[in-house]
Design a protein around this ligand. Structure first.
Ligand SMILES: Cc1cc2nc3c(=O)[nH]c(=O)nc-3n(C[C@H](O)[C@H](O)[C@H](O)COP(=O)(O)O)c2cc1C
Length: 318
């Protein structure tokens, strides 16, 4: 897939997810075949005020490139200033704008999906960033119930200079309930000239193929199903390339991935930024001995002990 002049290796993308897509996790997804990964959303205001807790979200390394950094805000001027700062500090391949987050923390200030109510402000934000930055600017939206209104916003984003558009097939009111509506996504793809990426409810090989085929989008983006499961990118890219389901030992794989994730958190000095129990919960979700693993992690007194225990379990898994 090509976004502006950027060649993206493949068309299966990791979605931006707050408190999930930190550098170690993105790096693992990338190694397993994610075509591009996105940072957790970064507040434009926090960039301007140089909030260190926020700025760590842009931390990257060569091996994970290409990287998209996502920002949110409500003012074209502040967002442009913040994006210029991000461009200078982190040199991402893409800067993405969040027009989709339904969380009250954002919408009460007119950010994220609240902006879908003011298409003219969306236009101003995208055109300001597109004019001022040398990095390609992309946008991520949710759909509106009204197809025509959704199309109007998609067209505005394109005409404002966005290099690609990701569409999550749910409305803001739906939050994460119900099913993603890929009819809207398909219509947007039919009408726009820029690459369109379909997002929502892609959780395995078959749903990936189905959404790609139905929407005819240039790419697909995966969120929740990848949490604690970076190996999903290997499975999906293998299937899309060969038409065959990859055989693997799930238990071994999950434990090895959790262990590698903790090692990378240590390596990049990011262990203090995560909630270890939540991470362990995601990586062991649905596993036969998941509870046992989580208990062992909770009882460990150091990260060395966690890693040692995981190595032991890995030897005896499956
Ligand atoms: C924990 C979590 C955090 C998220 N954070 C962001 C975010 O920072 N920016 C964003 O655009 N979307 C965010 N999303 C939405 C996802 O990027 C994605 O659009 C949504 O989960 C639908 O895709 P899925 O069905 O594959 O999960 C988040 C979703 C979850 C579950």
């Amino acid at each position: 897939m090509k976004i502006a002049d950027l060649d993206i290796p493949g068309n299966v993308l990791l979605a931006p997810m707050a408190n999930v897509t930190n550098l170690p996790f993105r790096l693992m997804c990338r190694r397993y075949g994610a075509s591009i990964t996105y940072s957790e959303m970064i507040s434009a205001d926090a960039v301007i005020y140089e909030n260190q807790k926020t700025l760590v979200r842009g931390k990257s390394c060569e091996d994970e490139r290409p990287l998209g950094i996502q920002i949110f805000g409500n003012s074209p001027e502040v967002m442009t200033k913040a994006a210029l700062r991000i461009e200078e500090m982190y040199r991402p391949e893409i800067i993405d704008i969040n027009f989709g987050c339904p969380a009250r923390l954002l919408t009460k200030d007119g950010c994220g999906s609240a902006l879908l109510r003011t298409p003219e402000l969306i236009y101003e934000i995208v055109s300001s960033l597109s004019e001022e930055l040398s990095t390609p600017v992309t946008a991520k939206i949710r759909i509106l119930e009204d197809m025509e209104k959704t199309l109007e916003i998609a067209h505005l984003i394109e005409s404002a200079g966005a290099a690609a558009l990701t569409v999550h097939g749910r409305t803001r009111q739906q939050q994460y309930a119900g099913k993603a509506n890929h009819d809207h996504v398909r219509r947007i793809k039919q009408e726009l000239g820029i690459p369109v990426i379909a997002n929502g409810d892609i959780f395995d090989e078959l749903s990936a193929e189905r959404v790609l085929e139905y929407t005819e989008c240039d790419g697909i983006m995966i969120g929740r199903a990848a949490m604690g499961n970076p190996f999903l990118f290997k499975r999906i890219s293998h299937y899309l390339e060969t038409g065959e389901i990859l055989e693997y030992r799930e238990c071994d794989q999950r434990i090895a991935d959790l262990s590698e994730y903790f090692r990378l958190l240590e390596e990049f000095d990011l262990m203090h930024t995560v909630h270890i129990k939540a991470q362990a919960q995601w990586f062991t979700r649905g596993m036969r001995n998941g509870r046992h693993i989580r208990r062992s992690i909770a009882a460990s007194e150091s990260i060395e002990e966690i890693l040692w225990n995981l190595d032991e379990m890995c030897k005896h898994a499956d």
